[in-house]
Design a protein around this ligand. Sequence first.
Ligand SMILES: *[C@@H]1O[C@H](CO)[C@@H](O)[C@H](O)[C@H]1NC(C)=O
Ligand SMILES: *[C@@H]1O[C@H](CO)[C@@H](O)[C@H](O)[C@H]1NC(C)=O
Ligand SMILES: *[C@@H]1O[C@H](CO)[C@@H](O)[C@H](O)[C@H]1NC(C)=O
Ligand SMILES: *[C@@H]1O[C@H](CO)[C@@H](O)[C@H](O)[C@H]1NC(C)=O
Length: 476
Amino acid sequence: MLLLFLVVTACLGFQVKGEVVSAPDSYGFAISSEAQLSLLKLKETQVNNLQSYKKVLKIHLQKIKRAIRHSEDLLKTTTNFHSNLIFGYKVLRHIYNDWPQYFRLLKKDLGSEEIAVSQKLLTQQPTSVDFEESMGAMRRLQTVYDLDSYAMAEGFIDDKDKNIRSWRTDECLILGLMYLFLGHYNQSEKWLQLALYYYGDYLSPEELKMKLWNYPNLLEALVEANKGLGRYSEAKKYANELLLINPNHTYMLTQLPKLKYLQSNPIKLTKPKKYFKLQKAICSKRYRRKSGVLVCHYVDWTPFLKLAPLKMEELSMKPHISIFYGFLGPKDIEVLKNVSRPKLQRNEHLSANCSCKIGNLFSSSHDVVRKVNELILDITGFPSKGNEMVEVINYGIAGNYNPDDTAQPRKHNKANAFIFLGNAGKGGEIVFPSRDLKIRPRKGSMIVWENLKKSVIYHQCPILKGNLWVANKVLN
Ligand SMILES: *[C@@H]1O[C@H](CO)[C@@H](O)[C@H](O)[C@H]1NC(C)=O
Ligand SMILES: *[C@@H]1O[C@H](CO)[C@@H](O)[C@H](O)[C@H]1NC(C)=O
Ligand SMILES: *[C@@H]1O[C@H](CO)[C@@H](O)[C@H](O)[C@H]1NC(C)=O
Ligand SMILES: *[C@@H]1O[C@H](CO)[C@@H](O)[C@H](O)[C@H]1NC(C)=O
């Protein structure tokens, strides 16, 4: 088990030896699609840096080759050393003049610039918090939507986008270890099998040497997962394979008799803890699209709306839930995103329930914000006092926005206006479980709902595909 922990912790981020790396706790790479864009830039910088390093090495290698060639050529001619003493002079001169040059060549610090760049990039890499959040998000998606590991790894969740290659053994192994750590042996075993399956993709042992883990680590994990599942003969199979590779593996040497004992005296297995139960129930259920009597009409009760009436659907009367189509146009949406970008921040109050970053905007931030504020207040009839703020939300992996109504003290909102600033590919729906209603993100449309006393009536499902921005306005 020790090695397993080593692998997990090694994969959970490591520090550069001897160098004090001062990085923040998190860059929020997992919780914001905007932040992920900078990861791509980071990756590009690293690739360019390695290319540049390769060039330096190549030039150096050419010099070394030239030196070898020069010396060898000289040696060839010295075969007649005994018959011609002039060659003695040539060798002497060569050794006297050239060897110090070779020494300098060998001593040369190569790519110090590139090394410095690489070191600096390390301080910008995802932190352990980012990494854990990304794994947590994968687990949430898989659990809430009951995703099959094989389908995920083969990219079927992305409709087999041709640009996305299937997963690598590393990616599967880490998820397998995470589930193992959580005691979800079934799920763990599936991911570890996939890791084993993709392991064959590494054709070169050299490539494997660069990994933080090795094949025996994978076998160890498979032993543990199968043991957890009560499949003792499978576990023994992997343990024996491991001992064949490393006959002195002390942990496995003690495990093998235990496995043999368990095989004839099986113990009662504990059921794994269920996570995301509520969310799973809400998000995997089928909903009637609309509830009750549907009223659909144009809203034109203010001078501005008379000029550009909005189509409104009343989805529920009690509590009031309405949707306004085409509330915000593409240009205004872009401005809203632009204005909020520099303000995006992790929200500490809802952190565990909002894989997102939020930017708080006010009417003074931009004319578009003022327009949005005024329109919403006109439509809903809420007073402008105390209702100046609009939150723009940018989601990350498995992003959703579910304020925790149990966290105290949190002021109760009377109503919410929620504008979709994009279409998520899959997921991200707003569900009103009590009204049997699920609303898909639709760019530019706004949902307005009235909250019941002391309870949040909606739930947002995690985004499964694509990315999403929304604007939320709390009304009081
Ligand atoms: C693993 O899954 C099988 C069926 O898929 C189930 O019968 C078994 O109870 C599960 N075991 C654990 C430990 O969850
Ligand atoms: C295992 O241990 C024995 C004795 O300690 C040693 O002779 C042998 O070389 C070790 N084998 C491996 C594969 O490390
Ligand atoms: C938003 O910002 C981008 C990048 O800075 C810019 O190209 C674009 O014109 C801006 N859009 C609007 C509507 O302001
Ligand atoms: C997240 O939301 C659930 C209900 O949806 C709640 O039980 C839980 O306490 C919330 N967690 C946090 C940290 O807000």
